[in-house]
Design a protein around this ligand. Structure first.
Ligand code: IVH
Length: 680
């Protein structure tokens, strides 16, 4: 029987170990053990604590969630006010800020600490003797709300500081936010359960922190980055902001790895652009960058104005959300006949461009958001993403706002609109009779990754379809349907451009089976599927006649693709177009059908990592697949071989750990040249 001292020692040891893993996982982003092993440690600790409940303390990692729901939040007075920041909206504002500082300090150049400006909520954490005793919102800067029990559920917030050289009272300030992936998953969960999704990660973070029941907060994927300190009882902190952040990091608090030191206005502007370029790739949302005079002595000399320090500024990025009026809801008909409701907007500058249209995705989405013509809406445009309507400002809805109804007939061709059961999309049933679908089908056919007809732009296709000279993709190759004079006479065309276009059309006649298949625009048949079909069957007639069973043999082809392929090739019109194209000279070499080749590597799974000398990874992949092997991106117990080139990534280590056989480039070449006999 273990004695109670044994149990106490094991508990202490386990807490230490778990805290250390937490720190690696949540703060350093560098997990040391698999999740399953972490779970086992937690279970062991829980079991021990059940045996000796008198040893349970609030700082135990098992006690992050435990408190009962609150009736309301208590008020917390901030002993050191939580200030706000002045904003700079352009380079000139930034230059003026730097000029004020250098003048005020009477120096040539100032050193700044540069940090991303996270889009979340400011939170203050109070540690006493290294233990988290209180967490509070900013509130009005002087008085906030006590959200201790909710913040305790955030894994990247340590319940106890690491080391022993921290001040006995240490108030840390930072931003609680919700990473994008977590936000998307949370919204999906909300939707699946019929709940209302959050408009953006910031709202989701705010909503999660204001839950009275910490068990709900615990399910929300929140994280925190620390960017400063409030009350500190002893003056033992370093004398620069950056050095203080380094201390916070040493005590186990999370500090943004983007934090940097920059010099003068030029350094600030360079940092602003660098982070701006990274903005959409960061795993969380930021709305700008913050510059803080690095020296605390200089900070003191500069002081404060009302609610913001003179020594710091937020240089904001263009807003990604703005309000505007929705004039009407139009319907766009896509290549596959999908009817997409599109919001026509009063022009608004958002995400760095002027937006006049925003997608509403589909009928259900319009209904869910309850978007009506005449409404004031919040429009979002982030990076290269298509602008979208996020929500309606209900308080500003006019009395005559009109609800949306999906048309029953196609607004372009008048054919019946159908919405298949279980599908979110309504489609025009007109097929290529519908000029909208025809335009899109031709644009797709001519696009770079399909038949690659240079110079056949979207506008030209639209015009040619509208005047009735281009009725099918076959017309492109038919000089009696579309002679030089007609092309030369179109807007922004001329003799020379018509010549060039005809040359490009002629050039596109020599293609590959995979490109041709892809260019037909069969629903769900993307580039990869087209390539798989071409390689598997080798020629078009076999694909056109293949039955369900044969098609299902192809890698990644499932019942939906099979149904689409069969329906497409069953349609006489489509067969005629294919025949015409071939008659007009479109051709490709047949390839040796994989299905007829021996598949000596069937059933084997390969992972490729690092670079090779004699072939690219894509080539190696193609060759392995041609021999029947499966090539995947991540190593697991099911992996048969990991091919290791130069500079291999972590996959090599993983293979080592799992005992998967490694092959170098020479061994791979040998295997490709002399594959094992399948009868071996
Ligand atoms: S410093 C005395 N640093 O921006 C300076 N704030 O507009 C106080 N924020 O309330 C704030 N990232 O919620 C600072 N790296 C950062 C920040 C940051 C985001 C937020 C914070 C603050 C607001 C001010």
């Amino acid at each position: 029987m273990p004695t109670s001292t044994d149990i106490a020692a094991s508990i202490a040891q386990l807490r230490c170990e778990i805290n250390d893993h937490n720190h690696h996982y949540y703060v350093l982003d560098d997990p040391q053990i698999p999740d399953a092993e972490y779970d086992r440690l937690m279970q062991r600790l829980q079991a021990l604590e059940r045996q000796a409940p008198e040893l349970i303390t609030l700082e135990s990692p098992t006690q992050r969630v435990g408190a009962k729901p609150l009736a309301g939040f208590d008020e917390v007075a901030h002993r050191v006010a939580m200030l706000s920041l002045d904003n700079a909206f352009n380079d000139d504002d930034m230059l003026a800020f730097d000029a004020r500082i250098t003048k005020g300090l009477e120096v040539e150049q100032v050193t700044y600490c540069a940090e991303p400006k996270l889009d979340g909520l400011a939170v203050s954490l109070r540690y006493e003797n290294g233990l988290l005793v209180r967490a509070a919102t900013r509130g009005d800067g002087r008085v906030g709300e006590d959200i201790t029990q909710n913040v305790r559920t955030i894994s990247s917030v340590p319940l106890r500081l690491m080391g022993d050289d921290f001040p006995s009272v240490l108030e840390v300030r930072g931003e609680v936010y919700m990473p994008r992936v977590g936000f998307d998953a949370l919204n999906k969960r909300q939707r699946d359960h019929g709940g209302k999704p959050f408009a953006n990660p910031r709202n989701a973070a705010a909503g999660s922190l204001r839950q009275l029941d910490p068990k709900i907060t615990a399910t929300r994927p929140l994280a925190m980055y620390c960017y400063g300190v409030g009350e500190v009882d002893e003056q033992r902190l370093p004398t620069s902001h950056r050095a203080i952040l380094a201390c916070l990091k040493g005590w186990g608090l999370r500090v943004s790895p983007e934090t940097d030191e920059v010099y003068g206005a030029a350094g600030c502007l360079e940092y602003y652009r660098k982070i701006g370029a990274k903005r959409d790739a960061l795993p969380y949302e930021i709305d700008g960058v913050v510059f803080k005079v690095n020296s605390l002595k200089q900070q003191q000399a500069l002081g404060f104005v009302s609610r913001a320090p003179r020594w710091a500024i937020a240089h904001k990025f263009p807003a990604q959300e703005e309000m505007t009026r929705l004039i009407g809801i139009d319907i766009q008909v896509g290549r596959t006949g999908a009817l997409t409701p599109v919001a026509r907007l009063e022009p608004v500058f958002v995400g760095g461009v002027t937006v006049t249209n925003a997608t509403l995705h589909n009928e259900d989405e319009v209904r869910r958001k309850d978007v009506r013509a005449g409404d004031t809406v919040v429009v979002r445009r982030a990076g290269d993403v298509i602008p979208e309507v996020v929500s309606v400002v209900l308080a500003q809805r006019p009395n005559d706002a009109r609800a949306f109804v999906m048309p029953t007939d196609c607004p372009v061709c008048g054919s019946e609109v159908r919405r298949a059961e279980g599908e979110a999309v309504s489609r025009c049933s007109g097929g290529l009779y519908c000029s909208a679908q025809r335009k899109e089908a031709i644009k797709h056919f001519a696009s770079r990754r399909a038949m690659d007809i240079e110079g056949l732009g979207d506008k030209l296709v639209e015009q040619l379809v509208e005047v009735g000279w281009l009725n099918s993709v076959a017309d492109l190759y038919d000089r009696s349907a579309l002679p030089h004079e007609k092309l030369a006479g179109m807007d922004r065309m001329g003799d020379k451009s018509a010549d060039n276009l005809i040359a490009a059309i002629d050039k596109s006649k020599q293609t590959t089976l995979a490109h041709f298949l892809f260019s037909l625009g069969i629903r769900e048949v993307g580039e990869a599927t087209a390539r798989a079909l071409a390689n598997h069957f080798g020629n078009l007639p076999t694909i056109m006649e293949a039955d369900e069973e044969a098609l299902l043999q192809v890698a990644d082809v499932g019942p939906v693709v099979v149904a689409n392929l069969r329906a497409f090739f069953h349609e006489p019109h489509n067969r005629e177009v294919i025949e015409s194209l071939q008659r007009l000279g479109v051709q490709w070499p047949d390839v040796v059908a994989q299905k007829d080749l021996p598949q000596p590597l069937a059933g084997q799974t390969f992972v490729l990592t690092g670079s090779m000398e004699t072939m690219t990874r894509d080539e190696a992949k193609g060759k392995l697949q041609a021999l029947g092997a499966k090539v995947t991106g991540s190593v697991s117990k099911k992996t048969s071989y990991v091919v290791v080139g130069d500079d291999p990534g972590s996959k090599r280590d993983k293979a080592d750990k799992l005992g998967v056989t490694l092959l170098d480039e020479a061994a791979l070449r040998k295997l490709l040249e002399e594959p094992p006999n399948s009868s071996d």
